[in-house]
Design a protein around this ligand. Sequence first.
Ligand SMILES: [Zn+2]
Length: 386
Amino acid sequence: MTRMAPRHGMLAAFACLLAGLLATSPALAAHARTAHAAKAAQATADDGPYYDADDFARVDKIDAHVHVHGAAARFMAQALADRMRILTINVDYGDFPPLVDQQAAAIALRRDHPGQAAFVASFPAGELLAEDWPARTLRELDAAAGAVGVKVWKNIGMELRDADGHYVMPDDARLEPLLGWIERRGLVLLGHQAEPLNCWLPMDQMTVRSDREYFTEHPQYYMHDHPELPGHEQILAARDRMLVRHPQMKFDAMHLASLEWDVDRIAAFLDKFPNASTDLAARLVHLEYQAAHDPQKVRAFIIRYQDRLLYGSDDSYGPADDDAAALAAVQAGWLADWRFLATDQPMTTTEFAQPFRGLHLPRGVIDKLYGGNARRLFPGAWDGGP
Ligand SMILES: [Zn+2]
């Protein structure tokens, strides 16, 4: 199991230490009373009730961004036990199996787990440059029976180049037949364009450990070292021009729309594109980072955009992961994410130094993030089954 996302663990020792301090320090106890009163007022405003950590196992949920390869019998059994339905997403990514194999596996997964597993198809970006584009690609996508969307990956904007050396950008006119095909079928375009802003920063200025690791391991995508390539704003501006041309198209801006470092920027994007949603996949850590500094701001952002946000883990799970440790890692990630979103537990992470607390979002908001929004964006995807 791998996750581009960062994992965090709650340090029970820290919680005990904090409890001890609160018990012995009048100043801290007074602070705690004030915080408690503020939280009570907030709870009234939010119209609770709330879930606790144990509710994770009791609530029906959807992880709207995973990459499951092969039959993944143990993974699917764990997901079923955890009441977690999944959306597995095919990607034109060299670290994954060939797309034709990903697609066959996804079709089989959906067939074998009706109502549990839905999938998103993709296409080899290089076909854009081929003479028989788009006919061949649309034929291949026609064969992806049951797909609820199509993913366009970051290789558009960061990797694929024309014969003259120009980078193919997300607003490239050659993508239009594909976008029309998606719109006519009422499917969703899922876009992962650009990368976290950290990708354009020096290593020592990156906010989270997992980004430092990923870009150390994948130097070809570390844009700070490639100033000759399109910049972060340039890629996202091209994406936005594409969206302006397709105001009715359903769009899932994956990874917090690559605006993960600032909830104000994500909010501006969602305001500008009312048909867009965004997923939290592999970027929840960036909300945790912001919550460590300004928890109320992050909480208010999620509550305001509660109809537009999809929970996703970005877990990758394949045949090599079919063991208890990999499953435990998947479940630990799901649980940690739940604690951050649903509870007000004190938390720490190996991603950055500052402690933070869970956001304690009301049940109604959690239910939307963990399922309601995905079911609305991908109607019918999880119908039937258990
Ligand atoms: Zn992913």
